[in-house]
Design a binder for this molecule. Structure first.
Ligand SMILES: [Zn+2]
Length: 464
């Protein structure tokens, strides 16, 4: 087995990782019994899921007058159904929500509703307080406070491990009038892009019985977004008037949605559960994708490769099947073989930086100097496009070191630590980068910026 780096640090008493799907899975395996959101929280990076969610979100944001590029979408690994907006224009979805909501229309409905909260400026004051916090810190605060969101302060305080202020407890408790206005705004955004609120109504019906439950028995989504029959009936009125009420989701979008669900299931749920949910007789693509991943995680390498090769044979233009194949080979130490499928994924989707980082990682792992330059170039491009790929900075540091650029290697390490919210390492590496990089150079300026942001303000700041 190829050694897998796992990034860990502690933020507000929460264990955190920010990584790709397979890193995340490894982290969970390393912590048996820890499943609650207040104890273990990870943000997941997955190009396929992100691309799909962004394709749902972009037209909705545009319809709301928001610049889609200034909106961030985050995927939180959590076994409770939830979606929320926090810390400005950041939309968070839990993996469980994506696994449970079966149609693109439902996800778009939730998104349109959440964007309705953004556009309506709801909770602007508390949202502002979180600006500047990292995405993971924001998600930790929101999910850690989930129990308190509907006014159950005692239960909520019990699970809070960090130094939360009492004033922040109701952070996500929207009022009923805000809920209705977010619904109506959401319906308007959907209509503007030729869609109906049918998916949003579907989501609300799913939760409608929970309004009467005690808060601990409700899904967090209900606690933060109070449901009511009035809301459903007003949306039904909108649906009845909508010229798009009978418009189905485009079939290619539905297929992409099902693939995403199969993938998340395979990566997140236990092996036996995946095979129960998707028995061999289920030959749908969703089921086969889920099984291919489950077998890979279970160590059945040849079987998972057979399944992936079959999927590739049927859809030779799907970059994510090649990405998975590259990942399986890479994780099994077959790093040289992993290069071809990762290259193919990049050539099919050249604008997706995560795929480029995978390719570069496989190249660097061969330790073949012929790959030094292409790996460095791929990483420089990818990290310019998406500086939030923390493990990409680690790869870039290796690539710079291979190239003899020690100062830039230190700067890349500083970036990685800074973006992982590891202030102590960011301090050490930025200091070193400042020494090594010529004064007045862009790299030196950036190192100084990081240094200024992380330098200790009090004695003992870095002692944990
Ligand atoms: Zn809401």
């Amino acid at each position: 087995m190829f050694p897998v780096p796992i990034q860990k640090s502690r933020v507000c008493g929460l264990r955190r990782t920010a990584s790709r799907l397979f890193f995340m899975v490894m982290t969970i395996l390393a912590m048996p019994g820890v499943t609650g959101s207040a104890l273990a929280l990870s943000l997941i990076r997955d190009a396929e899921t992100e691309e799909l969610l962004r394709s749902y979100a972009t037209p909705i944001f545009a319809a709301a007058g928001l610049n889609p590029r200034s909106v961030n979408i985050y995927l939180v690994n959590d076994n409770q159904i939830n979606a929320f907006v926090a810390g400005g224009q950041n939309v968070f979805f839990t993996t469980e929500l994506l696994i449970e909501f079966d149609t693109p229309g439902e996800i778009k409905g939730v998104l349109a509703h959440e964007v309705g909260h953004i556009a309506g400026g709801h909770l602007a004051r508390t949202q502002d307080a979180m600006k500047g916090s990292g995405a993971l810190a924001i998600a930790s605060m929101v999910l850690g406070m989930g129990v308190a969101a509907m006014g159950q302060p005692d239960a909520g305080m019990g699970i809070m491990t960090g130094g939360m202020h009492v004033a922040e407890r109701n952070y996500l408790a929207y009022s009923r009038s805000q809920e209705s206005s977010a619904d109506q705004a959401g319906a308007t955004f959907l209509e503007a892009i030729g869609e109906s609120p049918a998916g949003l109504i579907e989501v609300m019906r799913r939760f409608s019985g929970q309004d009467a439950l005690n808060a601990p028995n409700q899904d967090p989504f209900v606690r933060s977004h109070p449901m009511s029959s009035d809301r459903i009936s007003s949306l039904e009125d909108r649906l009845a008037q909508s010229p798009f009420r009978d418009r189905p989701d485009p079939s290619e979008l539905t297929e992409a949605h099902l693939r995403m669900q199969g993938k998340l299931y395979g990566f997140i749920k236990p092996f036996a559960q995946t095979l129960r949910k998707f028995p061999v007789k289920d030959t749908s693509i969703k089921a086969r994708y889920a099984r291919a991943i489950a077998h890979y995680r279970h160590g059945d390498t040849e079987q998972s490769l057979r399944e992936v090769d079959q999927l590739i044979a049927e859809a030779p233009d799907n970059p994510y099947y090649y990405e998975l194949k590259g990942q399986i080979l890479f994780e099994n130490g077959r790093v040289r073989e992993a290069i071809a499928p990762h290259s193919k994924a990049v050539s099919l989707k050249p604008d997706i930086p995560l795929l480029r980082v995978n390719l570069a990682q496989a190249m660097l792992s061969t330790e073949d100097s012929a790959y030094h330059k292409p790996a460095l170039e791929a990483l420089q491009l990818a990290m310019r496009q998406d500086p939030e790929i923390t493990f990409g900075w680690h790869q870039l540091a290796i690539a710079y070191a291979n190239d003899g650029q020690e100062g830039m290697a230190a700067l890349a390490s500083a970036e990685r630590a800074f973006r992982s919210e590891n202030r102590r390492d960011a301090f050490i590496h930025s200091q070193r980068a400042m020494k090594l990089l010529p004064e007045g150079s862009p790299g030196n300026f950036r190192a100084q910026d990081i240094y200024d942001m992380v330098k200790p303000k009090h004695r003992g700041d870095f002692i944990q």
